[in-house]
Design a protein around this ligand. Structure first.
Ligand code: C5P
Length: 299
């Protein structure tokens, strides 16, 4: 059995530069893989018998799942006459802007490529990843990257400063990415934000400067579309003194700060408790994800 970890991502910076001829949008974004992870395992299966089992019954396990799509895409691309049987241990919330499905797809490509010895070079792998989804190419590299274009241009950055703590506010609120892109307000030319200031702040490892330069264009529209997310953001600020940002098109909020201290303060806040009960809102500390590659396990 082969097994690998598929991490979540957060967007520390995200500008939507404009709409492209192909209907997608050009982005400038800083992605960071964090240690909220799914585990994907695989064993060989007969040709035509590619399957997925999942610990979470809410996850579709048919051909709509990007894991199955990834294996089928590689099968067609390399005319492979073998199947693969996947098992997914799911922890990353869905519809949360954490890239869980895309990360699973990248992990499935890597596992299938290893199992079938298909020997894809990195450019072919990137091409297949981009066909599966805009965020999938990032997960082939992981770590912290500057991501451009539709998501296909992935430039690794130096690592995230170890001294800066990170937290997430996850919830069961489901934000639809395509709808968020349809609703986003495209910035005028002079108004577009660039990642440079954020990248400089990261290099200086200055948490206050990083918080100042962090940005997400979706916030102006997604907080209006989801008042409950706006309420979460406000409780984080007012009850815990934390300035949280949206990840991707939401619903997850992230922040530079001590998540345990924030959770203790929010536990005493009635309005936060109401959000936690009604929308599964929860605070957790995360750290940058360190890739452990693909492991071969017995059984
Ligand atoms: O590529 P992916 O399937 O993840 O994208 C989901 C939807 O988000 C697309 O159908 C598209 O509407 C939108 N999108 C976009 N520009 C991007 C990424 C996604 O418009 N760079």
């Amino acid at each position: 059995m082969l097994t690998t970890l598929a991490p979540a991502k957060i967007n520390l910076f995200l500008e939507v530069l404009g709409k492209r001829g192909d209907g997608f949008h050009d982005l400038e974004s800083v992605f960071l893989a964090v240690d909220l992870v799914d585990r994907l395992s695989a064993i060989p299966a007969p040709a035509g018998d590619t399957t997925l089992a999942c610990s979470d019954p809410k996850v579709p396990i048919d051909g709509n799942n990007l894991i199955i799509k990834a294996a089928n895409l590689l099968t067609r691309h390399r005319r492979i006459n073998q199947g693969i049987s996947f098992t997914l241990d799911k922890n990353i919330p869905m519809g949360g802007g954490l890239g869980g499905g895309s990360s699973n797809a990248a992990a499935a490509l890597r596992l299938a490529d290893t199992m079938w010895h298909s020997g894809l070079d990195s450019e072919e792998m990137l091409g297949l990843a981009g066909e599966l989804g805009s965020d999938v190419p990032f997960f082939l590299t992981g770590g912290m990257c500057l991501v451009r274009g539709r998501g296909e241009t992935v430039e690794p950055l130096s690592s995230f400063p170890e001294t800066v703590p990170l937290g997430l506010a996850v919830s069961s609120i489901h934000c639809d990415t395509a709808a968020a892109f349809r609703g986003v307000r495209l910035p005028g030319e002079g108004e577009r934000r660039r990642a440079d200031a954020f990248l400089a702040a990261i290099r200086s490892a200055d948490a206050a400067a990083m918080a100042d330069a962090a940005f997400n264009r979706f916030e102006e529209t997604v907080f209006d579309a989801f008042p409950v997310l706006d309420a979460m953001r406000r409780r984080l600020a007012e009850a815990a003194g934390i300035e949280a940002r949206l990840s991707g098109s939401g619903s997850t909020l992230w922040f530079f700060g001590d998540a345990d201290a924030a959770a203790r303060r929010l536990a005493k806040d009635d309005e936060w408790q109401r959000l936690a009960r009604g929308h599964g809102a929860a605070i957790r500390a995360v750290r940058p994800f360190v890739d452990t590659g693909i492991r071969e396990m017995k059984g």
